[in-house]
Design a protein around this ligand. Structure first.
Ligand code: GLP
Length: 244
């Protein structure tokens, strides 16, 4: 793992934007895996600004979101589809036919998860995956537990995950869906390059466990230690509990 510590959250966003800009310049038809949550908001702001300055062209890029809630109508403000449109997709020249999220309103979520995994494979897999980390160590909606699932699947959300997502549901955790569709840990680990970003002292403990603790399904992000090409970009607060 290549760990980079930046002086601020803004500097993390700029550093990860640099990685994306360079990757798309090198490979214009890049396949991206993209996260939601609070962590990547600054990154998306950077990318929108750089797109406006013509420093990045999304014309041939394909994007797959990592996860989505189950059981919300299309256009619901809590969906990650709405989040992505708001923060990134509406503002850049990504072709709508190359924007992918699991359907939050699928009649058969299991089938939708299989379809999504197939679509990722048909696109040739993910070249560059940007990841956040949940405060319980989850990646996507792969929650800590006795076991993990390799492929895209329907996942039950941990109470902590539902709480941290409550903002988009009027702060009411009971309105946050109990399930999501998420890329599995295999889907995530098959990405050719993974960029994990984390900011703030509330992530310091989990970052240390994920990067320096044992590889365990109890900290799904720890599986990244087994990946050959991971860049971790942290601010000082999130790096505070690392031993090195
Ligand atoms: C959410 C998302 C994850 C995200 C994580 C961290 O529940 N499903 O993909 O990486 O939690 O969220 P945040 O960036 O708000 O801390």
């Amino acid at each position: 793992m290549h760990v980079v510590v930046q002086k601020s959250a803004e500097a993390v966003a700029r550093a990860v934007a640099d990685i994306l800009v360079e990757a798309v310049a090198r490979q214009p038809a890049l396949v991206l895996g993209l996260p939601t949550g609070r962590t990547p908001i600054g990154l998306y702001r950077e990318l929108v600004a750089r797109h406006r300055d013509r420093r990045i062209d999304f014309g041939q890029v394909t994007a797959f979101n990592i996860d989505e809630f189950v059981g919300l109508p299309s256009g619901h403000p809590g969906t990650y589809a709405v989040y992505m449109a708001h923060h990134l997709y509406r503002h850049v020249n990504l072709s709508p036919k190359r924007i992918h999220l699991p359907a939050s309103d699928a009649r058969d979520p299991r089938k939708e998860a299989q379809r999504y995994e197939g679509a990722i494979r048909a696109a040739g897999g993910i070249d560059l995956l940007v990841l956040g980390i949940g405060s319980n160590g989850h990646i996507g909606f792969n929650e800590p537990g006795a076991s993990l699932v390799a492929d895209t699947h329907v996942a039950r959300l941990a109470p902590a995950t539902r709480r941290s997502n409550a903002d988009a549901f009027g702060g009411d955790v009971r309105r946050v869906p109990g399930q999501g569709i998420t890329m599995g840990t295999g889907t995530l680990l098959r990405a050719r390059h993974v960029v994990l970003m984390a900011m703030g002292n509330q992530k310091a403990n989990v970052v240390a466990r994920a990067l320096e603790g044992p590889i365990t399904t109890k900290v799904p992000a720890s599986l990244l230690q087994a990946h050959p090409n991971v860049t971790v970009v942290l601010d000082r607060a999130a790096a505070a509990k690392l031993s090195t």
